[in-house]
Write a protein that binds this ligand. Structure first.
Ligand code: PLP
Length: 352
């Protein structure tokens, strides 16, 4: 039990506006914050009630399905602090819907959209002092849904845990203003009829090797091709890709192997609203090499221009900088997120 004096110190500390973080040094490594949200339910039942608990380690049986068969999915969204100090989320219901789809694919119960959004709001509010000052970054929110009950065979767990933790973050690709990407020729990320279209935890460790090798060679990330033909562009390790040719912006169509990004969807709407022609289609790697501009989108990366792509030893460079399409789309998206541009679509949600 904490003594009264410790509790007082703790409360005093927590009432301060900002946590003790060097906001200018934020990258994308986890920084523990004050609270996490935890909610459990049994197989065949619905999630009912969860609660905030101090951030810390969790206990699991060694035979929990998350540890043995990878029965788990995650989400990722951000909370932003505006100039007027209000804290907002960006389209959190979209993450809830995607988690529900993923949960069905992985045979798990999922929280309702309302439960999900409410839990995210509670977690962000409880960790408010960790939301960086405007312009310094954002509070990354990581919801997890996992089989926490025991099973040794290839069967779903008898118990599930929904957990949300947060971390202040800055740039995902630290130091890389525009990305140097290599097309991955050996490893594939997702197969037709597989689980590439959901944020299953089992989709990520298998690409560590490709990403690590690319980084060793000095690249920012890899671009995956489709597993069936090895000829068409899919996406990067944690973000979707767009190519620009003239007034046409194209992005790979969602055929089950690409993660349906909330940022992807929002950028398509912003681009249409800005009078670009947008195509969701199969994109052969030749079209990529012939593009004027390439950029990628995701909650972690926001909108990031790609400066070069290397494929079969050949390097192609693209337009980047202030006059680029990706810069314009970035400015509009972040303008809406930060409240500098009118949110006509009703995408932003205030937490308190
Ligand atoms: C999460 C993710 C994205 C981006 O999705 P957003 O909803 O925009 O954050 C893209 N590709 C992969 C593989 C992802 O895991």
């Amino acid at each position: 039990m904490a003594s009264t004096s410790e509790q007082t110190t703790c409360e005093t500390m927590n009432s301060e506006k900002y946590a003790d973080v060097n906001w200018d040094e934020l990258g994308f490594s986890p920084i523990p914050t004050d609270y996490m949200f935890v909610m459990k339910c049994s197989e065949g039942e619905n999630f009912l009630q969860g609660n905030l608990t101090p951030f810390g380690n969790i206990e699991l049986s060694p035979s929990a399905t998350i540890l043995n068969t990878g029965q788990g999915i995650f989400e990722g969204l951000k909370a932003y602090r505006r100039e007027d100090d209000r804290i907002t989320l960006f389209r959190p219901e979209q993450n809830a819907i995607r988690m529900k789809m993923g949960a069905e694919r992985m045979c798990m119960p999922s929280p309702s959209t309302e439960q999900f959004v409410d839990a995210v709001k509670q977690t962000v509010l409880a960790n408010k002092r960790w939301v960086p000052p405007p312009g310094k970054g954002s509070l990354y929110v990581r919801p997890l849904l996992m089989g926490s009950g025991s099973a040794i065979g290839v069967v779903p767990a008898p118990e599930y845990t929904f957990l949300i933790y947060t971390s202040p973050v800055g740039n995902y690709y630290k130091g890389d203003t525009s990305l140097n990407v290599i097309v991955e020729e050996k490893f594939r990320r997702a197969i037709p009829s597989g689980a590439g279209g959901v944020k299953a935890i089992t989709n990520y460790a298998p690409i560590f090797q490709a990403v690590t090798q690319a980084k060793t060679k000095g690249f920012s990330d890899v671009l995956f091709l489709d597993a069936k033909t090895g000829r068409n562009v899919e996406e990067l390790s944690l973000c979707n890709i767009f190519i620009v040719k003239g007034n046409v912006i194209s992005t790979p169509a969602m055929l089950g192997t690409i993660l349906p990004g909330v940022t992807r969807k929002s950028i398509i709407d912003i681009a249409l609203d800005s009078c670009y022609q947008v195509e969701e289609r199969v994109i052969p790697v030749e079209d990529l090499m012939d593009a004027d501009e390439v950029f990628c989108t995701g909650t972690a990366v926001v909108v990031n221009s790609v400066g070069s792509i290397t494929y079969q030893g050949k390097r192609v460079e693209y337009k980047t900088g202030v006059e680029s399409v990706s810069q314009k789309l970035y400015a509009t998206l972040t303008g809406i997120q930060m409240g500098r541009i009118e949110d006509k679509m009703g995408w932003t949600v205030e937490v308190d």
